[in-house]
Design a protein around this ligand. Structure first.
Ligand SMILES: CC(=O)SCCNC(=O)CCNC(=O)[C@H](O)C(C)(C)COP(=O)(O)OP(=O)(O)OC[C@H]1O[C@@H](n2cnc3c(N)ncnc32)[C@H](O)[C@@H]1OP(=O)(O)O
Ligand SMILES: O=C([O-])CC(=O)C(=O)O
Length: 375
Protein backbone atom coordinates (compact mmCIF):
# COMPACT_ATOMS: atom_id res chain seq x y z
CA UNK A 1 0.00 0.00 0.00
CA UNK A 2 1.19 3.53 -0.73
CA UNK A 3 2.44 5.44 2.32
CA UNK A 4 0.83 8.75 3.30
CA UNK A 5 3.53 10.91 1.69
CA UNK A 6 3.07 9.26 -1.69
CA UNK A 7 -0.53 8.11 -1.34
CA UNK A 8 -3.48 9.13 -3.51
CA UNK A 9 -4.49 12.10 -1.33
CA UNK A 10 -3.49 15.37 -2.96
CA UNK A 11 -2.03 13.39 -5.90
CA UNK A 12 1.18 13.32 -3.86
CA UNK A 13 4.11 11.62 -5.55
CA UNK A 14 2.10 10.88 -8.72
CA UNK A 15 3.50 11.97 -12.06
CA UNK A 16 0.89 14.14 -13.79
CA UNK A 17 2.83 15.22 -16.86
CA UNK A 18 6.24 16.20 -18.23
CA UNK A 19 8.22 19.40 -17.88
CA UNK A 20 11.59 20.72 -19.02
CA UNK A 21 11.30 23.77 -16.77
CA UNK A 22 12.47 22.78 -13.33
CA UNK A 23 13.38 19.97 -10.97
CA UNK A 24 12.22 20.08 -7.36
CA UNK A 25 13.97 17.92 -4.75
CA UNK A 26 15.59 15.70 -7.39
CA UNK A 27 18.86 15.54 -5.48
CA UNK A 28 17.39 15.59 -1.96
CA UNK A 29 16.89 19.28 -1.46
CA UNK A 30 17.79 20.84 -4.81
CA UNK A 31 15.97 23.15 -7.19
CA UNK A 32 16.99 23.81 -10.80
CA UNK A 33 15.49 26.00 -13.52
CA UNK A 34 16.21 24.54 -17.00
CA UNK A 35 19.24 22.76 -15.54
CA UNK A 36 20.72 25.72 -13.62
CA UNK A 37 20.97 25.47 -9.84
CA UNK A 38 18.84 28.06 -8.02
CA UNK A 39 21.81 28.96 -5.82
CA UNK A 40 23.91 29.93 -8.85
CA UNK A 41 21.05 31.83 -10.46
CA UNK A 42 20.36 33.76 -7.25
CA UNK A 43 24.05 34.59 -6.83
CA UNK A 44 24.82 35.73 -10.35
CA UNK A 45 21.69 36.73 -12.27
CA UNK A 46 19.21 39.53 -12.61
CA UNK A 47 15.57 38.46 -12.33
CA UNK A 48 15.01 39.51 -15.95
CA UNK A 49 17.67 37.01 -17.09
CA UNK A 50 15.90 34.25 -15.17
CA UNK A 51 12.51 35.30 -16.55
CA UNK A 52 14.00 35.15 -20.05
CA UNK A 53 15.48 31.71 -19.31
CA UNK A 54 12.16 30.37 -18.09
CA UNK A 55 9.99 31.95 -20.78
CA UNK A 56 12.27 31.62 -23.80
CA UNK A 57 14.40 28.57 -23.01
CA UNK A 58 17.98 29.84 -22.61
CA UNK A 59 19.80 32.58 -20.69
CA UNK A 60 20.02 35.78 -22.75
CA UNK A 61 23.32 37.22 -23.98
CA UNK A 62 24.09 40.87 -23.18
CA UNK A 63 22.25 42.37 -26.10
CA UNK A 64 19.23 40.07 -25.69
CA UNK A 65 19.04 41.03 -22.02
CA UNK A 66 19.22 44.73 -22.66
CA UNK A 67 16.51 44.55 -25.35
CA UNK A 68 14.35 42.40 -23.08
CA UNK A 69 14.68 44.85 -20.20
CA UNK A 70 13.89 47.76 -22.53
CA UNK A 71 10.85 45.87 -23.81
CA UNK A 72 9.56 45.23 -20.28
CA UNK A 73 10.12 48.90 -19.33
CA UNK A 74 7.99 49.93 -22.29
CA UNK A 75 5.11 47.70 -21.17
CA UNK A 76 4.58 49.13 -17.66
CA UNK A 77 1.73 51.50 -18.48
CA UNK A 78 -1.90 50.78 -17.53
CA UNK A 79 -4.75 51.32 -20.02
CA UNK A 80 -7.37 53.79 -18.74
CA UNK A 81 -10.23 51.23 -18.50
CA UNK A 82 -8.00 49.06 -16.26
CA UNK A 83 -7.23 52.09 -14.07
CA UNK A 84 -10.99 52.75 -13.87
CA UNK A 85 -11.61 49.21 -12.63
CA UNK A 86 -8.75 49.37 -10.11
CA UNK A 87 -10.11 52.66 -8.77
CA UNK A 88 -13.41 50.93 -7.96
CA UNK A 89 -11.84 48.20 -5.81
CA UNK A 90 -12.07 49.15 -2.11
CA UNK A 91 -9.08 49.55 0.21
CA UNK A 92 -10.20 46.59 2.29
CA UNK A 93 -10.11 44.19 -0.69
CA UNK A 94 -7.44 41.53 -0.55
CA UNK A 95 -4.54 42.52 -2.84
CA UNK A 96 -4.52 39.00 -4.33
CA UNK A 97 -8.10 39.63 -5.44
CA UNK A 98 -6.88 42.87 -7.00
CA UNK A 99 -4.20 40.93 -8.90
CA UNK A 100 -6.82 38.43 -10.04
CA UNK A 101 -9.25 41.12 -11.19
CA UNK A 102 -6.48 43.18 -12.80
CA UNK A 103 -5.27 40.19 -14.80
CA UNK A 104 -8.76 39.27 -15.84
CA UNK A 105 -9.59 42.85 -16.90
CA UNK A 106 -6.38 43.04 -18.93
CA UNK A 107 -7.51 39.87 -20.70
CA UNK A 108 -10.65 41.73 -21.79
CA UNK A 109 -8.75 44.75 -23.04
CA UNK A 110 -5.77 43.03 -24.64
CA UNK A 111 -6.99 39.60 -25.66
CA UNK A 112 -4.29 37.05 -26.33
CA UNK A 113 -5.98 35.85 -29.50
CA UNK A 114 -3.97 33.36 -31.50
CA UNK A 115 -1.46 31.34 -29.43
CA UNK A 116 1.35 32.74 -31.60
CA UNK A 117 0.92 35.86 -29.41
CA UNK A 118 1.59 33.97 -26.18
CA UNK A 119 5.11 35.28 -25.50
CA UNK A 120 4.02 38.87 -26.02
CA UNK A 121 1.03 38.38 -23.70
CA UNK A 122 3.31 36.89 -21.00
CA UNK A 123 5.85 39.73 -21.28
CA UNK A 124 3.05 42.27 -20.96
CA UNK A 125 1.76 40.58 -17.79
CA UNK A 126 5.28 40.36 -16.35
CA UNK A 127 5.76 44.10 -16.92
CA UNK A 128 2.36 45.27 -15.77
CA UNK A 129 1.54 43.21 -12.65
CA UNK A 130 3.64 45.46 -10.33
CA UNK A 131 1.87 48.49 -11.84
CA UNK A 132 -1.56 46.95 -11.20
CA UNK A 133 -0.95 46.34 -7.50
CA UNK A 134 0.81 49.65 -6.80
CA UNK A 135 -1.72 51.76 -8.70
CA UNK A 136 -4.60 50.21 -6.75
CA UNK A 137 -2.71 50.42 -3.44
CA UNK A 138 -1.94 54.14 -3.71
CA UNK A 139 -5.35 55.08 -5.08
CA UNK A 140 -7.35 53.09 -2.51
CA UNK A 141 -5.15 53.93 0.49
CA UNK A 142 -3.93 57.48 -0.25
CA UNK A 143 -6.29 58.73 -2.98
CA UNK A 144 -3.23 59.15 -5.25
CA UNK A 145 -3.03 58.27 -8.96
CA UNK A 146 0.58 57.18 -9.42
CA UNK A 147 2.60 57.10 -12.63
CA UNK A 148 3.49 53.48 -13.41
CA UNK A 149 5.62 54.15 -16.50
CA UNK A 150 8.86 54.46 -14.52
CA UNK A 151 12.36 54.16 -15.94
CA UNK A 152 13.78 51.90 -13.21
CA UNK A 153 16.22 49.32 -14.41
CA UNK A 154 14.60 46.21 -12.95
CA UNK A 155 11.19 44.77 -12.09
CA UNK A 156 12.12 44.64 -8.38
CA UNK A 157 13.37 48.23 -8.17
CA UNK A 158 10.37 49.42 -10.22
CA UNK A 159 8.01 47.80 -7.71
CA UNK A 160 9.78 49.26 -4.65
CA UNK A 161 9.98 52.73 -6.23
CA UNK A 162 6.26 52.75 -7.04
CA UNK A 163 5.40 51.44 -3.56
CA UNK A 164 7.58 53.81 -1.53
CA UNK A 165 7.72 56.77 -3.92
CA UNK A 166 11.56 56.72 -3.86
CA UNK A 167 14.26 54.58 -5.44
CA UNK A 168 15.31 51.65 -3.21
CA UNK A 169 18.80 51.45 -1.72
CA UNK A 170 21.17 48.83 -3.15
CA UNK A 171 20.45 46.23 -0.49
CA UNK A 172 16.69 46.46 -0.99
CA UNK A 173 17.03 46.27 -4.79
CA UNK A 174 19.28 43.22 -4.37
CA UNK A 175 16.88 41.46 -2.01
CA UNK A 176 13.92 42.05 -4.33
CA UNK A 177 15.94 40.74 -7.26
CA UNK A 178 16.87 37.55 -5.42
CA UNK A 179 13.38 37.09 -4.01
CA UNK A 180 11.85 37.28 -7.50
CA UNK A 181 14.36 34.68 -8.72
CA UNK A 182 13.57 32.33 -5.84
CA UNK A 183 9.82 32.46 -6.40
CA UNK A 184 9.86 32.21 -10.21
CA UNK A 185 9.24 28.53 -10.92
CA UNK A 186 8.49 25.31 -9.02
CA UNK A 187 7.30 22.43 -11.22
CA UNK A 188 3.75 21.13 -10.60
CA UNK A 189 2.83 23.13 -7.49
CA UNK A 190 -0.89 23.85 -6.93
CA UNK A 191 -1.07 27.19 -8.75
CA UNK A 192 0.98 26.00 -11.72
CA UNK A 193 -1.08 22.86 -11.99
CA UNK A 194 -4.20 25.08 -11.99
CA UNK A 195 -2.71 27.02 -14.89
CA UNK A 196 -1.91 23.82 -16.79
CA UNK A 197 -5.37 22.34 -16.27
CA UNK A 198 -6.86 25.56 -17.64
CA UNK A 199 -4.37 25.59 -20.55
CA UNK A 200 -5.26 21.99 -21.39
CA UNK A 201 -8.76 23.12 -22.41
CA UNK A 202 -7.04 25.46 -24.93
CA UNK A 203 -8.13 28.49 -22.92
CA UNK A 204 -6.33 31.85 -23.09
CA UNK A 205 -3.27 32.86 -21.02
CA UNK A 206 -5.17 35.45 -18.93
CA UNK A 207 -7.67 32.79 -17.81
CA UNK A 208 -4.82 30.42 -16.88
CA UNK A 209 -3.07 33.14 -14.86
CA UNK A 210 -6.28 34.36 -13.22
CA UNK A 211 -6.98 30.82 -12.00
CA UNK A 212 -3.39 30.37 -10.85
CA UNK A 213 -3.57 33.57 -8.79
CA UNK A 214 -6.66 32.18 -7.06
CA UNK A 215 -4.76 28.99 -6.16
CA UNK A 216 -1.67 30.84 -4.98
CA UNK A 217 -3.76 33.02 -2.65
CA UNK A 218 -4.45 30.25 -0.09
CA UNK A 219 -2.34 30.03 3.09
CA UNK A 220 -1.24 26.46 2.33
CA UNK A 221 0.53 27.82 -0.78
CA UNK A 222 1.71 31.39 -1.54
CA UNK A 223 -0.47 32.97 1.14
CA UNK A 224 1.84 31.40 3.74
CA UNK A 225 4.34 34.31 3.62
CA UNK A 226 1.60 36.68 4.76
CA UNK A 227 0.17 34.20 7.29
CA UNK A 228 3.69 33.66 8.73
CA UNK A 229 4.08 37.41 9.22
CA UNK A 230 0.72 37.66 10.98
CA UNK A 231 1.77 34.83 13.29
CA UNK A 232 5.25 36.23 14.02
CA UNK A 233 4.01 39.72 14.74
CA UNK A 234 2.05 38.52 17.79
CA UNK A 235 5.26 37.87 19.70
CA UNK A 236 7.63 40.39 21.19
CA UNK A 237 10.42 38.05 22.28
CA UNK A 238 11.93 34.69 21.39
CA UNK A 239 10.70 33.22 24.69
CA UNK A 240 7.13 34.37 23.95
CA UNK A 241 7.40 32.86 20.46
CA UNK A 242 8.51 29.52 21.88
CA UNK A 243 5.57 29.44 24.27
CA UNK A 244 3.20 30.44 21.45
CA UNK A 245 4.45 27.76 19.07
CA UNK A 246 4.30 25.07 21.74
CA UNK A 247 0.65 26.01 22.36
CA UNK A 248 -0.12 25.94 18.63
CA UNK A 249 1.48 22.53 18.22
CA UNK A 250 -0.50 21.22 21.19
CA UNK A 251 -3.70 22.43 19.50
CA UNK A 252 -2.47 20.76 16.27
CA UNK A 253 -2.46 24.10 14.42
CA UNK A 254 -0.47 24.31 11.17
CA UNK A 255 2.57 26.54 11.50
CA UNK A 256 2.69 28.74 8.42
CA UNK A 257 5.96 28.76 6.49
CA UNK A 258 6.99 25.21 7.54
CA UNK A 259 6.92 21.90 5.74
CA UNK A 260 6.66 21.10 2.08
CA UNK A 261 4.78 18.71 -0.19
CA UNK A 262 7.95 17.60 -2.03
CA UNK A 263 11.15 18.56 -0.16
CA UNK A 264 11.90 16.21 2.71
CA UNK A 265 15.04 17.71 4.26
CA UNK A 266 15.14 21.40 3.39
CA UNK A 267 13.83 23.98 0.94
CA UNK A 268 16.94 25.25 -0.90
CA UNK A 269 15.40 28.72 -1.23
CA UNK A 270 15.23 29.09 2.53
CA UNK A 271 18.92 29.51 3.36
CA UNK A 272 19.23 32.20 0.67
CA UNK A 273 16.36 34.35 1.84
CA UNK A 274 17.22 33.71 5.51
CA UNK A 275 20.67 35.25 4.97
CA UNK A 276 19.07 38.32 3.46
CA UNK A 277 16.52 38.56 6.29
CA UNK A 278 19.45 38.56 8.75
CA UNK A 279 21.27 41.28 6.77
CA UNK A 280 18.12 43.39 6.64
CA UNK A 281 17.54 42.91 10.39
CA UNK A 282 21.03 44.31 11.05
CA UNK A 283 20.40 47.11 8.57
CA UNK A 284 17.20 48.29 10.32
CA UNK A 285 18.53 47.58 13.84
CA UNK A 286 15.87 44.93 14.52
CA UNK A 287 16.24 43.15 17.86
CA UNK A 288 12.95 41.23 17.85
CA UNK A 289 11.50 39.88 14.60
CA UNK A 290 14.56 38.00 13.34
CA UNK A 291 15.21 36.49 16.80
CA UNK A 292 11.54 35.48 17.05
CA UNK A 293 11.74 33.87 13.58
CA UNK A 294 14.90 31.94 14.45
CA UNK A 295 13.37 30.65 17.66
CA UNK A 296 10.27 29.42 15.81
CA UNK A 297 12.63 27.71 13.36
CA UNK A 298 14.53 26.00 16.22
CA UNK A 299 11.36 24.86 18.00
CA UNK A 300 9.87 23.44 14.79
CA UNK A 301 13.05 21.47 14.13
CA UNK A 302 13.18 20.18 17.71
CA UNK A 303 9.48 19.33 18.09
CA UNK A 304 8.41 18.26 14.59
CA UNK A 305 11.61 17.88 12.57
CA UNK A 306 10.09 20.35 10.12
CA UNK A 307 12.06 22.98 8.19
CA UNK A 308 11.18 26.49 6.97
CA UNK A 309 10.02 26.68 3.36
CA UNK A 310 10.59 29.59 0.93
CA UNK A 311 7.84 31.61 2.57
CA UNK A 312 9.00 31.74 6.19
CA UNK A 313 11.97 34.15 6.12
CA UNK A 314 10.43 36.04 3.22
CA UNK A 315 8.01 37.38 5.85
CA UNK A 316 10.68 39.16 7.90
CA UNK A 317 12.73 40.13 4.83
CA UNK A 318 9.76 41.91 3.21
CA UNK A 319 8.74 43.47 6.54
CA UNK A 320 12.22 44.97 7.04
CA UNK A 321 11.91 46.59 3.59
CA UNK A 322 8.73 48.37 4.70
CA UNK A 323 6.43 46.28 2.51
CA UNK A 324 2.89 46.03 3.95
CA UNK A 325 2.09 42.41 4.88
CA UNK A 326 -0.89 42.18 2.57
CA UNK A 327 1.32 42.87 -0.44
CA UNK A 328 3.61 39.88 0.25
CA UNK A 329 1.72 37.31 -1.85
CA UNK A 330 1.23 39.70 -4.81
CA UNK A 331 5.04 39.90 -5.05
CA UNK A 332 5.03 36.11 -5.41
CA UNK A 333 2.59 36.57 -8.33
CA UNK A 334 4.89 39.10 -10.06
CA UNK A 335 7.58 36.45 -10.10
CA UNK A 336 5.65 33.18 -10.55
CA UNK A 337 3.95 34.64 -13.63
CA UNK A 338 7.07 33.45 -15.47
CA UNK A 339 6.68 29.85 -14.34
CA UNK A 340 2.92 29.81 -14.93
CA UNK A 341 3.24 31.21 -18.45
CA UNK A 342 6.06 28.84 -19.40
CA UNK A 343 4.01 25.88 -18.17
CA UNK A 344 1.06 27.09 -20.25
CA UNK A 345 3.35 27.20 -23.32
CA UNK A 346 4.62 23.70 -22.52
CA UNK A 347 1.12 22.32 -22.05
CA UNK A 348 -0.03 23.83 -25.33
CA UNK A 349 2.96 22.40 -27.19
CA UNK A 350 2.06 18.82 -26.22
CA UNK A 351 -1.54 18.92 -25.13
CA UNK A 352 -4.15 16.47 -24.04
CA UNK A 353 -7.02 17.75 -21.93
CA UNK A 354 -6.27 17.05 -18.23
CA UNK A 355 -9.17 15.03 -16.95
CA UNK A 356 -8.41 12.49 -14.20
CA UNK A 357 -10.88 10.03 -12.73
CA UNK A 358 -12.39 9.78 -9.25
CA UNK A 359 -13.16 6.85 -6.94
CA UNK A 360 -16.92 7.01 -6.45
CA UNK A 361 -17.86 6.82 -2.75
CA UNK A 362 -21.56 7.86 -3.03
CA UNK A 363 -24.92 6.05 -3.00
CA UNK A 364 -25.66 2.97 -5.08
CA UNK A 365 -27.99 3.54 -8.09
CA UNK A 366 -31.59 4.26 -6.89
CA UNK A 367 -34.99 5.45 -8.16
CA UNK A 368 -36.04 9.10 -8.02
CA UNK A 369 -38.96 9.27 -5.54
CA UNK A 370 -41.92 11.53 -6.48
CA UNK A 371 -41.69 14.97 -4.82
CA UNK A 372 -44.81 14.28 -2.68
CA UNK A 373 -43.19 11.19 -1.13
CA UNK A 374 -40.00 12.85 0.08
CA UNK A 375 -39.70 13.54 3.83
C1 LIG B 1 5.81 28.50 -1.57
C2 LIG B 1 4.94 27.44 -1.02
O1 LIG B 1 3.82 27.29 -1.42
S1 LIG B 1 5.62 26.49 0.21
C3 LIG B 1 4.26 25.92 1.18
C4 LIG B 1 3.66 27.05 1.96
N1 LIG B 1 2.65 26.57 2.89
C5 LIG B 1 2.83 26.59 4.22
O2 LIG B 1 3.86 27.00 4.74
C6 LIG B 1 1.66 26.11 5.04
C7 LIG B 1 2.10 25.19 6.17
N2 LIG B 1 2.53 23.90 5.65
C8 LIG B 1 1.63 22.95 5.30
O3 LIG B 1 0.42 23.12 5.48
C9 LIG B 1 2.15 21.66 4.69
O4 LIG B 1 3.46 21.40 5.12
C10 LIG B 1 2.12 21.72 3.14
C11 LIG B 1 0.74 22.14 2.64
C12 LIG B 1 3.14 22.70 2.60
C13 LIG B 1 2.46 20.32 2.62
O5 LIG B 1 1.44 19.46 3.02
P1 LIG B 1 1.62 17.86 3.01
O6 LIG B 1 2.36 17.45 1.81
O7 LIG B 1 0.29 17.28 3.26
O8 LIG B 1 2.54 17.67 4.29
P2 LIG B 1 3.26 16.34 4.83
O9 LIG B 1 2.64 15.12 4.22
O10 LIG B 1 4.73 16.54 4.67
O11 LIG B 1 2.90 16.38 6.38
C14 LIG B 1 3.48 15.43 7.26
C15 LIG B 1 3.01 15.70 8.68
O12 LIG B 1 3.56 16.94 9.14
C16 LIG B 1 2.52 17.80 9.54
N3 LIG B 1 2.84 19.13 9.08
C17 LIG B 1 3.24 19.48 7.84
N4 LIG B 1 3.44 20.81 7.80
C18 LIG B 1 3.15 21.29 9.02
C19 LIG B 1 3.15 22.58 9.57
N5 LIG B 1 3.49 23.65 8.83
N6 LIG B 1 2.79 22.73 10.86
C20 LIG B 1 2.45 21.68 11.61
N7 LIG B 1 2.43 20.41 11.14
C21 LIG B 1 2.77 20.22 9.86
C22 LIG B 1 1.29 17.30 8.80
O13 LIG B 1 0.09 17.70 9.45
C23 LIG B 1 1.50 15.81 8.82
O14 LIG B 1 1.16 15.31 10.09
P3 LIG B 1 0.30 13.95 10.25
O15 LIG B 1 1.14 12.89 9.56
O16 LIG B 1 0.18 13.81 11.71
O17 LIG B 1 -1.00 14.22 9.52
O1 LIG C 1 5.96 23.25 -4.86
C1 LIG C 1 5.05 23.49 -4.06
O2 LIG C 1 4.18 22.65 -3.72
C2 LIG C 1 4.94 24.81 -3.40
C3 LIG C 1 6.13 25.68 -3.59
O3 LIG C 1 7.11 25.57 -2.88
C4 LIG C 1 6.12 26.65 -4.67
O4 LIG C 1 5.17 26.67 -5.47
O5 LIG C 1 7.08 27.45 -4.77
Amino acid sequence: MADKKNGGAGLRGQVAGKTALSTVGKSGSGLTYRGYDIKDLAKTCQFEEVAYLILKGELPNESELSSYKAKLKGLRGLPQPLKDVLERIPANAHPMDVMRTGTSMLGNLEQEGDFSNQEGAADRLLAVLPSIICYWYHFSHNGKRIETKTDDDSVGAHFLKMLHGAAPNNLHAEVMNVSLILYAEHEFNASTFTARVCASTLSDLHSCVTGAIGSLRGPLHGGANEAAMDMLSQWSSAAEAEEGIMGMLKRKDKIMGFGHAVYREADPRNEIIKDYAEKLAADVGDTTLFAVSERVDEVMKREKDLFPNADFYHASAYHFMGIPTKLFTPIFVMSRLTGWAAHVFEQRADNRIIRPSADYVGKEPRDVPPLSERS
